[in-house]
Design a protein around this ligand. Structure first.
Ligand code: KE4
Length: 428
């Protein structure tokens, strides 16, 4: 497969943009290849600058659940553009999308729009700190919540309960306020809560983890977090930037029946345009400026184009049978890939929640970061490149999630499974 033009463009980009990309995971570093430069997409296909076409399982890292270039989304954005891209003033569309989110997500009584998932989680944490008057936060290793300083933190070594920076540029004094527990381990949460009693403002969790590969919550984990937070007066934040409107119209909290105090959203609610959101109980949200004293703002928050794309997308998701059909397609893809691996005698651990799926290159089970990090990333890279050569575009990292869209048809799914059968044999 010819990638000449993409490689030329990558060299040019590196002269002007750090690492040649505007977000690190796009650089294909963990699979040891130059990234493909994409020039157009439609449905479940993307086409690169060398005119290679691929079945796309990245979907812009989640937003494109209805497929690329859906006519309803194009029409909505086009007509909005003709009346103005941005005013810096309130518009009715913001209230329309806000009410659609409130109607869909069990925990959300009020919601604030922002322009990215990072902005959503950063703002939700500030609001939780302002509401509780507490400074510490608790997150989980292997979970990613965007790149705000207090979230680029890893567990301190040894007995240290405080966090240490996970990136240069994050001050140690900021990192110290972030505690890190193990995903699916209520014991590790209880230990940190006991050691830091009444100083933790919030626990933020991906209720289905998607940033260490796809890792579902084990039985009782989410319920246990809810119980601990209720007992301790800690704000429970479900970061559903990836899982919101993805695994169900009401997200993980609808699917598993556990209601957090706040929820962060992004990706799908923008339909491919930059949108994030954070919402929750009215008594918490009303502490937010200008209603309350917790400051938060954004020039393009609630941008009309992004609102239109989000409204059009959610109107498609609301149609009867949307998620049932997506569930069937997703099951076929994930089970087909797992069978292909078994038939090739190549052990993988396959996970799926709705249309989020992952093949972990490990013999063991995966239920947290320590087990996910055991994966053979070199073998994954070989599989990724072999699948790319077969016209299948997977997430370029073992520690990411694959996404099926409504636009993935029988032919594309069959092609994917046939390609997997060939590629597992190749690398076995
Ligand atoms: P953004 O700031 O990238 O819009 O959202 C941050 C974020 C927050 N919470 C969760 C659960 C997320 O998955 C993300 C971002 N997801 C990554 C994909 N793993 C975005 C891809 C990228 O970083 O380019």
């Amino acid at each position: 497969m010819n990638h000449t033009r993409s490689s030329q463009l990558f060299q040019q980009a590196k002269a002007s943009i750090p690492g040649g990309v505007n977000s690190p995971v796009r650089a294909f570093k963990s699979v040891g290849a130059d990234p493909l430069f994409i020039k157009r997409a439609a449905g479940c296909h993307i086409v690169d600058e060398d005119d290679n076409s691929f079945v796309d399982y990245v979907g812009s890292w989640g937003p494109m659940i209805v497929g690329h270039c859906h006519p309803d989304v194009i029409a909505a954005v086009k007509s909005t553009m003709e009346s103005g891209a941005s005013f810096g003033a309130p518009t009715e569309r913001e209230t329309i999308l806000a009410n659609m989110v409130i109607d869909a997500v069990p925990s959300i009584e009020m919601v604030r729009m922002v322009s990215s998932g990072t902005e959503a989680t950063m703002s939700a944490i500030r609001l939780a700190r302002g509401y509780t008057g507490r400074d510490k936060i608790l997150k989980f290793s292997g979970c990613y919540h965007g790149h705000a300083d207090s979230l680029l933190v890893k567990a301190g070594s040894g007995a240290a309960t405080f966090g240490v920076p996970d990136s240069p540029g994050v001050p140690a004094d900021v990192a110290r306020l972030t505690l890190t527990a193990e995903y699916n381990s209520l014991e590790s949460v209880r230990k940190l809560v006991a050691e830091n009693s009444s100083s933790i403002a919030c626990i933020i969790v991906e209720p289905v983890a998607g940033n260490m590969g796809t890792v579902p919550p084990q039985e009782g984990f989410l319920e246990g977090l809810r119980e601990i937070c209720t007992q301790e007066g800690i704000i429970l934040i479900f970061d559903e930037v990836m899982s919101g409107f993805r695994v169900a119209y009401g997200g993980v909290q609808e699917l598993y029946g556990v209601t957090p105090d706040m929820t962060t959203l992004g990706k799908i609610i923008g339909g491919g345009l930059p949108v994030g959101a954070f919402g929750g109980k009215r008594e918490i949200m009303e502490k937010l400026s200008p209603a309350g004293g917790v400051y938060q703002a954004g020039t393009l928050s609630g941008n009309p184009l992004a609102m239109s794309a989000g409204i059009a997308t959610l109107n498609i998701l609301k149609q009867p049978g949307f998620y049932q059909s997506l569930e069937e397609k997703s099951r076929t893809v994930a089970e087909g890939i797992a069978k292909a691996a078994r038939d090739a005698g190549y052990p993988i651990y396959s996970t799926r929640v709705g249309s989020m799926f992952c093949a972990f290159f490990t013999k063991g089970e995966v239920h947290d970061w320590p087990t996910a990090s055991q994966c053979d990333t070199k073998a994954f890279a070989a599989y990724f490149l072999a699948m790319l050569n077969e016209g299948i575009y997977l997430a370029p990292s073992q520690f990411e999630t694959g996404f099926v869209s409504a636009a993935h048809g029988e032919a594309e799914i069959e092609k994917t499974i046939a390609a997997a059968a060939k590629c597992f044999k190749l690398i076995a």
